[in-house]
Design a protein around this ligand. Structure first.
Ligand SMILES: Cc1cc2nc3c(=O)[nH]c(=O)nc-3n(C[C@H](O)[C@H](O)[C@H](O)COP(=O)(O)OP(=O)(O)OC[C@H]3O[C@@H](n4cnc5c(N)ncnc54)[C@H](O)[C@@H]3O)c2cc1C
Ligand code: FES
Length: 265
């Protein structure tokens, strides 16, 4: 996978601690699938030493050719703090696309998407890819959860595609008060989607999978973890799964997207 010196096209503050950055990228991203990610490093800086992984939020096209990619990120520490300070036309080291992404369903399937907080980042790319693949998006729903309204992002991106958007926040400042699995559970009592795609904190993924399993619906989850090499070399990102002789898989290489029934949560 190519490693390039990428130019920052824009780096815009969203709400609260969230930012959206657009970067030029290699042609390899033309074949990227939703759920795949890239790792970033700022110049020759040694702090932080390790590259940081970020999902592809959206691909940017010009005349049908991929010319850039967007990353939606939350400032949580050293690297993301430095990233938020960077300006257009500055450069950053970009490696990708990496990992194994979501599988696209059959054309007549009715997927459901569920995101917890910044877990929404890869789901916009996924929704746009489902739309491009001919899925009837007005038959699909997305469930967005977060601690408060500051953590609810991308509503317009999903609405624009005709999707039903349901929101839940723990403090009740937007949508239904409580966890995102509550409106999802109510939805599953009345609808039978062909597949559920989810990205978010570990506990949320576990709860979404429990619902999917109870209703007999296939489910794919994108697992985010702290990564070191991001390339399957250091063994720093192991997840216990049912389908591997050694019992473990690398989230960076075999994931981050896994069929949920294969993961031991
Ligand atoms: C495959 C993958 C895709 C990702 N996609 C995105 C994305 O699209 N947008 C985004 O904002 N973030 C994403 N992340 C998380 C992102 O990599 C981390 O937020 C980032 O590395 C933090 O770096 P930092 O130096 O700013 O924070 P650090 O100083 O390294 O950490 C600050 C705090 O955040 C915690 N933390 C760091 N990484 C993670 C993590 N992966 N999960 C939970 N807690 C963590 C640390 O334990 C610490 O408490 C993704 C992670 C993975 C593995
Ligand atoms: S982060 Fe090194 S093996 Fe996955």
């Amino acid at each position: 996978m190519p490693q390039i010196r990428s130019e920052i096209l824009y780096n815009q503050a969203q709400q609260d601690d969230y930012y959206k950055i657009a970067l030029t990228c290699s042609q390899a991203f033309g074949a990227a699938v939703p759920g795949q990610f890239a790792t970033l490093k700022i110049g020759e800086r040694m702090d932080p030493l390790l590259r940081r992984p970020f999902s592809i939020h959206r691909l940017l096209h010009e005349n049908g050719v991929v010319t850039g990619m967007e990353i939606l990120y939350r400032v949580v520490g050293n690297f993301t703090g430095q990233l938020a300070e960077m300006k257009p036309s500055e450069t950053i080291d970009l490696l990708g696309p990496l990992g194994h992404g979501f599988s696209l369903p059959a054309e007549n399937a009715t997927p459901v998407l569920a995101a917890g907080g910044i877990g929404v980042a890869p789901l916009v790319f996924l929704a746009e890819s489902l739309n491009a693949a001919g899925i009837r998006m007005n038959h699909t729903a997305v469930f967005l959860g977060g601690r408060s309204d500051a953590d609810i992002l991308c509503i317009d991106d999903f609405s624009r595609l005709g999707m039903t958007v349901r929101v839940a926040t723990e403090d009740g400042s937007a949508g239904e008060k409580g966890l995102v699995t509550a409106p999802l559970e109510a939805y599953l009592a009345e609808h039978r989607p062909g597949i559920i795609y989810a990205c978010g904190p570990h506990g949320m993924l576990e709860a979404v999978y429990a619902l999917a399993a109870r209703h007999g619906i296939p489910c794919e989850v994108s697992i985010e973890t702290v990564m070191a090499c991001g390339l399957g070399i250091c063994m720093g990102c192991a997840v216990k799964t049912a389908d591997h002789p050694e019992g473990y898989r690398h989230i960076c290489k075999d994931g981050p997207v896994f069929e949920a029934s294969r993961v031991f949560f």
